[in-house]
Design a protein. Structure first.
Length: 191
């Protein structure tokens, strides 16, 4: 059992991207060295309930007790800022991953995937992983009117399909690289 590479999506846009990324990997016959999971959370707006409970159940909390899966875990990628095209990734103040992600982004520069921000953003499910010392990252996305912020317009028939497909290819690539890597994604020290 290898380390875990984690991918997630929320609402229509994120669900579509995460599921399409998984479909792409299956269609091209990827045989990952590590498990790739797609997770679709509930209760995010109410306090990250779904992701937080999943993290505690499967990985534990290093301040109390960790589960065996904690050491196998590699990385978690999140899409939660609507349907906009990916433009980069937030490093969550983890400078150790900059060169890795910059390398993974090279094939997507012509799609505008160029930004790497040291900034840590919150209020979405990657925080549940970061809180217990596991690397979790949110993609930087264009803002698309009416689809960000979990509005009633974040449904399949209102989303920019071309941007979602580009995002799915990028997410599939990130999941592939993480699942095939010889080493886990570097962790930042617990605060």
């Amino acid at each position: 059992i290898g380390w875990l590479a984690q991918v997630v999506g929320l609402y229509a846009a994120g669900c579509a991207v995460a599921l399409e990324a998984a479909r792409i990997l299956k269609a091209i016959g990827v045989r990952p060295r590590r498990t790739i999971r797609v997770a679709l959370w509930g209760g995010e707006e109410q306090g990250l309930y779904g992701s937080r409970e999943y993290v505690l159940k499967h990985f534990g909390d290093p301040k109390k007790q960790v589960m065996p899966e904690y050491e196998k875990f590699s990385v978690y990628f999140n899409q939660d800022y609507g349907a906009g095209q990916y433009r980069g990734i937030y490093l969550q103040e983890n400078e150790h991953v900059r060169r890795i992600f910059e390398e993974w982004m090279k094939p997507f520069r012509d799609l505008g995937m160029t930004a790497v921000s040291i900034q840590g953003v919150g209020s979405t499910d990657h925080v549940s992983f970061n809180t217990v010392g596991l690397p979790g990252f949110q993609f930087i996305q264009d803002r698309v009117g009416g689809t960000a912020g979990h509005t009633n317009l974040d449904f399949f028939d209102t989303l920019p399909a071309e941007d979602l497909m580009k995002n799915a290819v990028i997410m599939a690539s990130f999941a592939y690289h993480a699942a095939m890597s010889d080493v886990r994604i570097p962790r930042k020290p617990l605060q």
